[in-house]
Design a protein around this ligand. Structure first.
Ligand SMILES: C[S@@+](CC[C@H](N)C(=O)[O-])C[C@H]1O[C@@H](n2cnc3c(N)ncnc32)[C@H](O)[C@@H]1O
Ligand code: SF4
Length: 310
C-alpha cells in the first residue's frame, strides 16, 4: 500500500498561500487559453475520474497521516468541474481528514457564474471555502486582447456570488499587462481599481452584517516562452514595462481604491513582483502609497530582474 504515489501531471501551479497544502490533481490543464498563461501548455484539458481523485486522497492520508489542514485541487480552473463530482471530492477530503480547515481551487470567473447560487452554497457547506480568481484587469478591451473570455462585470458578479455562498474570493491582478504605453497602462490601472471597488462585499451585504475578509494580490507580468504573448514580444508587438513603470501603475490602482473597499487584504509578495507590499485596503491606502513613492525614489528594495519568477 505504502508504495502507491499521488498522481501529478507536471508542471503544476498553486497560489503562494497554498504552499503547505496537500495538492490533489482534480483536473489537468485549463479550459481557457489566455495569452500570457502556461497553465495549459502541453496539456489537454481533462477532468480526472472521481474514483482516481479519491484514491489519491487515500494515498495522501497513508503518506501524511490524518492531520492535513488544507487541500488545493489542481489544476488551472478546477472550479469548472461539474457540481456533483466537485462536491463529492470536497466532502470526501473532509471525511478522511477530520481536521481539514478548507478546500481551495483556482476559478475563472465564468466557472463561478456557471454554478447556481444554490450549488455554490452547497459546495461551501461541503467545505470548499476559497476560490482564487484571476481578475488580471478591469479593462474590457484588455480582457478581450488577452483572450480571457469574460468581462469586468462577470468578474464582479463572480466575487459577489462567492461572498453569498461563504466562499472567500482571492483575486489576482497583473501589473504590466497593458505593455509599455502610458495611456493603456493608466486605463488598465483605473479600470482595475474600479473593478476592485465594485467587487467589494460592502456592495452586497446588508446593514449590520459582518464584512467578510477577501484578498487581492498583484502579480507582475512574466512572459513565458511558448505563450502567444511571448510571440507578440519577439515580433515587437508587445513591449514590457520596466520596474518604475510597474510601480507607477500599482500606485494608480491603489490611489483609486475607494472607502467602499474594506476587510480586503492586499499583497504584492508573489515572486514575480519588483516590490513586496502587504496591507489592508482601503485602511492602509496612504501607507502603501508612501511605500511605493519611497521605492520610486530609492531602488534598494526593488527585486532584481533575475530573481523574478512565476
Ligand atoms: C494559474 S492561474 C488560475 C486562475 C484562474 N484560472 C483564472 O484565470 O481566473 C493563476 C493566476 O496567475 C496569474 N498569472 C498567470 N500567468 C501569469 C504571467 N505570465 N504573469 C503574471 N501573472 C500570471 C494570473 O493572475 C492568473 O489568474
Ligand atoms: S489565466 Fe486562468 S483561465 Fe487563463 S489560461 Fe491561465 S489558468 Fe486558464
Amino acid at each position: 500500500m505504502r508504495n502507491r504515489k499521488i498522481y501529478y501531471r507536471d508542471p503544476v501551479f498553486r497560489p503562494p498561500s497554498e504552499a503547505h497544502s496537500l495538492l490533489i490533481q482534480a483536473t489537468e490543464g485549463c479550459t481557457y487559453r489566455c495569452s500570457f498563461c502556461v497553465s495549459n501548455l502541453g496539456k489537454t484539458f481533462k477532468i480526472r475520474k472521481t474514483e482516481d481523485i479519491k484514491q489519491d486522497l487515500d494515498t495522501a492520508k497513508e503518506i501524511y497521516g490524518p492531520n492535513v489542514r488544507r487541500v488545493f485541487f489542481l489544476d488551472g480552473n478546477a472550479m469548472v468541474m461539474p457540481f456533483d463530482p466537485l462536491k463529492e471530492i470536497t466532502k470526501y477530503a473532509h471525511n478522511i481528514f477530520p481536521h481539514l480547515e478548507r478546500v481551495a481551487v483556482y476559478a475563472h470567473g465564468k466557472d463561478i457564474l456557471g454554478k447556481t447560487q444554490e450549488q455554490l452554497n452547497e459546495l461551501s457547506e461541503a467545505g470548499l471555502k476559497m476560490a482564487y480568481i484571476g481578475i488580471e484587469t478591469g479593462n474590457n478591451d484588455l480582457l478581450k486582447k488577452i483572450g480571457k473570455r469574460e468581462t469586468a462585470e462577470d468578474i464582479v458578479k463572480a466575487f459577489h456570488k462567492c461572498y453569498k455562498a461563504g466562499i472567500t474570493p482571492s483575486g489576482t491582478v497583473i501589473l504590466g499587462l497593458a505593455g509599455k504605453n502610458e495611456e493603456k497602462s493608466r486605463k488598465h490601472a483605473i479600470d482595475t481599481a474600479k473593478l476592485i471597488n465594485r467587487a467589494s462585499p460592502t456592495q452586497i451585504i446588508n446593514e449590520g452584517q459582518d464584512v467578510p475578509i477577501w484578498y487581492i494580490s498583484a502579480l507582475t507580468l512574466m512572459i513565458p516562452r511558448g505563450t502567444p504573448l511571448y510571440k507578440e514580444k519577439v515580433e515587437g508587438e508587445f513591449k514590457p514595462m520596466n520596474a518604475d513603470e510597474i510601480l507607477r501603475e500599482m500606485r494608480i490602482i491603489i490611489a483609486n481604491i475607494t472607502e467602499d473597499v474594506n476587510h480586503c487584504v492586499f499583497r504584492s509578495n508573489h515572486a514575480s513582483n519588483y516590490l513586496a507590499i502587504k496591507g489592508t485596503l482601503s485602511k492602509d491606502k496612504d501607507k502603501i502609497l508612501k511605500i511605493i513613492d519611497s521605492n520610486l525614489k530609492d531602488h534598494r528594495n526593488i527585486r532584481p530582474e533575475f530573481y523574478r519568477a512565476l
